[in-house]
Design a binder for this molecule. Structure first.
Ligand SMILES: *Cc1c(COP(=O)(O)O)cnc(C)c1O
Length: 402
């Protein structure tokens, strides 16, 4: 997206505002599909990354399914026109009632807990199929909060418990049609996918009814220049080769699934904020903007790096700034950044804001969540209104006599 268009958007729709570029989402989708060469691969977009209905429609158009982690996300998917068959439900620590709710809707169920698996067998026997989420005990991921496949992780059923899974499956006649793993986000080492895959291939010998294998996600994208990213072409090549080999030894061609979130939408998003104050202190120059951790929490929560650009003065002299928010916390978007000279009123664009930006935003400090804008064919469309005071108090109940 050109800076001129971003400035126009800031002008027309105000700030803070998230802006998404359809073209970039489509490009990332194609890139991932093409990495697997001739091997057909199914992508279930992890909508927790970004769930605006228009984004979901773009991905549906591309041919994606959805990976949902809650019944509410399933509802968002259905509302966007996905059929239940295109949705995989991969929850964690949910009650059996929530699983039942999803079964009734008719989506694919991914079970990550032995006691739930047993309950599933008791209730459904062989009448409903399910997928099993295995924990391969591989340490991977950019940050401890997003590493989910290691030994201490709450996710999945341990790969060492396959024998126990098999007992339950046989006893109740459960049809396990899929095996799944997801080891974390921001995985740099592509071999992690291959090692995980090998473990799943070995586990597959216990499950004769398989129709698909899902290797999760965690593809890392570049947040700053020179960042190491997942070599998607290499991972694609290696996985499709090993998967072809696996299928021939398994005796049947299975479907190959992935469930990317960040890879598809991160780069497509920019977050536009306006500079309220430029404040020289004894140690640095702060640029204080009209947003904060309530709108983009990744820098504070994951220590994530988001490149920050002054689109109002792109050719100004680069100077050192710390860009901070307006929340009553030390909410810093970036320390010691070289940014072209900032004046009050300038619009800053934070890059890589498509994934886990808006969906993790909240109303802390009683501030409104940002607006969202979609850019398609060079035209900007408002796809979510900025909140209003009514949104803040909508569900509050004022007691009589207080
Ligand atoms: C969050 C999540 C994903 C997506 O991870 P990204 O790093 O955004 O690609 C995929 N699968 C599951 C089960 C998840 O919880």
């Amino acid at each position: 997206m050109e800076q001129q268009l971003l400035l126009q958007i800031a002008n027309e729709f105000g700030t803070p505002t998230y802006v998404y570029d359809v073209e970039l989402i489509e490009k990332q989708y194609d890139k991932l599909i093409n990495a697997f060469g001739n091997h057909e691969v199914k992508l279930h977009y992890a909508l927790k990354a970004l769930n605006n209905i228009n984004i979901l429609k773009v991905l549906k158009q591309q041919g994606a399914g959805l990976d949902a982690v809650s019944n509410e996300e399933i509802q968002l998917g259905l509302r966007a026109g996905f059929t239940p068959d295109q949705i995989l439900f991969t929850p964690n620590c949910v009650s059996f009632e929530e699983i039942q709710e999803a079964v009734e809707v008719g989506v694919h169920i991914n079970i990550d807990n032995l006691s739930i698996l047993e309950k599933f067998g008791q209730v459904y026997g062989s009448s409903k199929a399910c997928c099993v989420r295995l924990n391969p005990h591989i340490m991977a991921g950019g940050n401890s909060n997003i590493s989910v496949g290691h030994i201490d992780s709450k996710f999945g059923i341990s790969i060492h418990q396959v024998k126990h899974i098999e007992r339950i499956v046989k006893h109740y006649g459960i049809r396990v049609t899929g095996l799944h793993m997801h080891t974390g986000s921001d995985i740099i080492d592509g071999d992690v996918f291959l090692r995980g895959a090998q473990l799943l291939y070995e586990a597959a010998t216990y499950f004769p009814d398989l129709e698909f294998m899902d290797f999760g996600s965690g593809f890392k994208v570049a947040y700053k220049e020179g960042d190491i990213v997942t070599n998607i072409e290499r991972v694609g090549q290696q996985i499709s080769d090993s998967f072809t080999e696996f299928c021939s030894s398994y005796g049947r061609k299975l479907e190959l699934w992935f469930e990317p979130g960040k890879f598809l939408v991160s780069e497509a998003g920019k977050f536009l904020v306006k500079v309220n104050v430029v404040k020289q202190t004894t140690s640095t120059v702060f640029a204080g903007v009209n947003s904060g951790q309530n709108h983009l929490i990744r820098p504070m929560f994951y220590n994530a790096y988001h490149h920050i650009e002054n689109i109002s003065n792109p050719s100004g002299e680069p100077k050192l700034y710390s860009v901070v928010g307006n929340i009553c916390e030390s909410d810093t978007f970036g320390y010691d950044r070289m940014i072209s000279e900032i004046h009050v009123g300038d619009i800053l664009a934070m890059h890589n804001a498509g994934a886990y930006g808006f969906t993790m935003s909240n109303q802390y400090n009683a501030r409104f969540r940002p607006a969202e804008v979609l850019v398609n064919d060079g035209k900007a469309h408002l796809i979510r209104k900025r909140e209003t005071f009514e949104d803040l108090v909508r569900n509050e109940i004022e007691l009589e006599g207080f």
